[in-house]
Design a protein around this ligand. Structure first.
Ligand SMILES: [Zn+2]
Length: 217
């Protein structure tokens, strides 16, 4: 045992720090990859009947790319306009054409993973059917559902207004109608049920509420 102690003491503090840092980084990377795997498995089980099998397979085949801020901003600039998330962007995805990217410098990484993975599962026509804002709101609402809880820190929440109206839509019209619009790109049932409860143009009313509340926020 004495020899071991002698051996480590020969390392400089700098070398020790580097070993500790490398170990920490390796653990963190492992945790991120495992969290991505667990969430994608959960989502594919949960939405097995709502999403075409090929889209689920494409999602599972592409592990999320985790970037530090510099690499993330570079990737984002290269990707150009597309579905982007948050004031300070923490994740982005472009359906099934490239891996989702998630920045590692924020507190809600699992929720961001779920959010980007849901984008990949959504129908390409869903943003048109729901409108861009409500589409993001539904994504965030389903992501919070997948994680099981909303952040207790309001500053860490994404799309709070969009999410609250999406939640309302789900409560009024039911999970199946919202899932059909989101995963199959067909909002006809959602429209029908919202019209029943909110009056004609129910979906447009919700969309307008997002605009009004965002303005006053
Ligand atoms: Zn999004």
């Amino acid at each position: 045992m004495a020899n071991d102690t002698d051996k480590t003491s020969e390392l400089t503090q700098e070398e020790l720090d580097r070993i500790v840092e490398t170990g920490r980084e390796a653990h963190f990377r492992k945790y991120l990859a495992e969290t991505d795997e667990t969430l994608t498995a959960d989502l594919s089980r949960k939405y097995h009947d709502a999403v075409p099998p090929a889209r689920i397979e494409a999602m599972l085949a592409m592990p999320t790319q985790f970037d530090d801020r510099e690499a993330f901003d570079r990737a984002l600039a290269k990707a150009g306009p597309g579905p982007m998330d948050g004031g300070r962007v923490v994740g982005y995805s472009r359906f099934d054409t490239e891996p989702a990217h998630v920045a590692v410098d924020h507190l809600e990484i699992p929720k961001t993973i779920a959010h980007e993975r849901l984008h990949q599962l959504s129908d390409p026509n869903a943003p048109n059917e729901l409108g861009g804002a409500l589409y993001e709101g539904v994504t965030e609402d389903l992501a919070i559902d997948a994680i099981g809880a909303e952040s207790d820190q309001p500053s860490q929440r994404c799309y709070p207004v969009e999410r609250s109206l999406a939640k309302e839509a789900r409560e009024i019209a039911g999970d199946d109608a919202v899932e059909r619009a989101y995963f199959a790109g067909d909002a006809s049932e959602l429209r029908r049920r919202l019209d029943q409860q909110l009056g004609p143009g129910g979906l447009e009313r919700l969309q307008q509420q997002i605009v009004d509340l965002s303005r006053s926020a």
